[in-house]
Design a binder for this molecule. Structure first.
Ligand code: NAD
Length: 423
């Protein structure tokens, strides 16, 4: 099928390249000229495993442009994958969605054939029907579900494993209103062998928020219990192994540590809180999830202070800056509050991350970025492990003081002094 993808970031690019790999022809649209040039020169603008190989392999099946009309007129389906960042009050900022909807509508004005628009960005329930639909209808002078199809298809991929997640999803959720759109998306996703759930539009929007809210809750719960375990001198990992063996519970996401970051969990939980409040509800659990998560990185500082009470002039090594391993994404990374605190206290921060140092140096130019994890160990008085990159499992930690936020087994065994955040 011929598909256009509006917004070529983590979700849009992965979606388009994976759909190209499945045999479809893709036109990416972005407003960022550097991104467009990089994609056309087969340079992935983000770091994601296997992405470059798939781009190279499918180079004749996609290109990128800033021209909406060209993209819409030459394709039959359009995925909207632009960002939905948080506003300062936590509610969802729909500016990119609105501008993409207007542009799609203007391009549709020129098109006679039926066209299917699919919202893949994470949007709060009601957005597609109350904001996207009227904007496209107004600018295209066409009627939704009759002249063009409209659907919501939330994305569940995880950065760091995005290609595998897209290609082998646990499920595909599609919210539709008209049979024609349902049929088109059913055809597109036919090669995927996983449960497919067709719902109405706002239910599909809600499924995405509830999935993220539940996973975030599981992490904050693990961290809260982990903090108690630490005080009791109990290893929370063994506790959660025992708990997770209950088939009603499931062991994944019980990794206690320094909390969740990234572009999705914090913003999606906050947006759901705002929406609930707007509706007159008081979502106490969700508020606590955020509160626990915001305090959790500072547990590392508490432990650090046990060994170094005055941080002024001390060399503190930070291993890992990305919000999780296998990505260069630092949005809401737990490294941000930790490094901010260390710098405020006058410490000298020496840091290394295999992929995220460029992004991190844009906000923290004052950190000393070194070429390898070994250099962090050699140059620091104390080492903080903030992201669990696999290569940190291979370092020599002997003779060092290590405060571990992610449970690196080798550090646990070798360090002279070792403190795990929740174990
Ligand atoms: P991103 O910031 O990496 O990418 C968004 C892209 O959209 C950028 O390249 C930007 O230049 C482009 N853009 C913005 N406005 C545009 C416009 N009007 N026209 C054309 N291009 C425009 O964002 P992302 O991480 O890919 O997230 C996109 C959406 O997917 C968000 O709603 C997010 O919540 C959701 N999501 C993200 C993930 C994830 O792991 N990143 C997972 C699932 C869902």
């Amino acid at each position: 099928m011929k598909i256009s993808v509006i917004g070529s970031g983590y979700v849009g690019l992965v979606t388009g390249i994976c759909l190209a790999e499945m045999g479809n022809d893709i036109i990416f649209v972005d407003k960022d000229e550097d991104k467009i040039n990089n994609i056309n020169n087969l340079i992935p603008p983000i770091y994601e495993k296997k992405l470059k190989e798939l781009m190279t392999k499918n180079k004749n099946k996609f290109y990128a442009t800033n021209n909406y009309e060209e993209a819409i007129l030459n394709t039959e389906i359009t995925f909207i994958c632009v960002g939905t960042p948080p506003k300062p009050d936590g509610s969802i900022d729909l500016e990119y969605i609105k501008s993409a909807s207007r542009n799609v509508g203007e391009a549709l004005l020129e098109k006679d054939d039926f066209h299917t628009v699919v919202v893949k960005s994470t949007v709060i329930p009601g957005t597609t029907e109350n904001i996207v639909k009227p904007l496209i209808e107004k600018t295209s002078k066409k009627i939704a579900f009759k002249d063009f199809g409209l659907s919501v298809n939330p994305e569940f991929l995880r950065e760091g494993n995005a290609i595998n997640d897209f290609m082998s999803p646990d499920r595909i959720v599609v919210g539709t209103h008209d049979d024609k759109t349902k049929h088109i998306l059913d055809r597109l996703y036919r090669p995927f062998n996983c449960p497919k759930l067709f719902t109405d539009i706002k239910t599909a929007e809600m499924i995405k928020y509830v999935s993220n809210a539940f996973l975030a809750t599981k992490i904050s719960f693990a961290n809260e219990i982990g903090n108690v375990c630490k005080k009791l001198n109990i290893d929370s990992y063994i506790v959660f192994r025992g708990v997770g063996l209950d088939h009603r519970i499931n062991p994944s996401f019980f990794k206690a540590g320094i909390g969740f970051g990234g572009s999705c969990f914090p913003k999606d939980v906050k947006a759901l809180i705002k929406k609930a409040e707007e509706l007159g509800e008081d979502p106490k659990i969700l508020k606590s999830v955020i509160e626990v998560n915001e305090k959790q990185p500072l547990k590392m500082i508490e432990l650090l202070r046990k060994y170094i009470s005055n941080l002024t002039g001390k060399k503190i090594g930070v291993l890992g800056l990305a919000f999780k391993p296998d990505t260069d994404d630092i949005r809401e990374s737990r490294a941000i509050p930790i490094v901010k605190y260390l710098l405020k206290e006058g410490a000298k921060v020496v840091a290394y991350d295999p992929k995220a140092m460029n992004n991190f140096s844009n906000i923290f130019p004052q950190v000393e970025y070194v070429d390898s994890a070994k250099d962090v160990i050699a140059k620091s008085d104390v080492i903080l492990i903030v992201t669990d990159w696999k290569e940190f499992e291979e370092l020599d930690y002997s003779g060092k003081i290590v405060i571990d936020g992610r449970r690196i087994e080798k550090a646990m065994k070798e360090a002279k002094i070792y403190e795990g955040v929740c174990w």
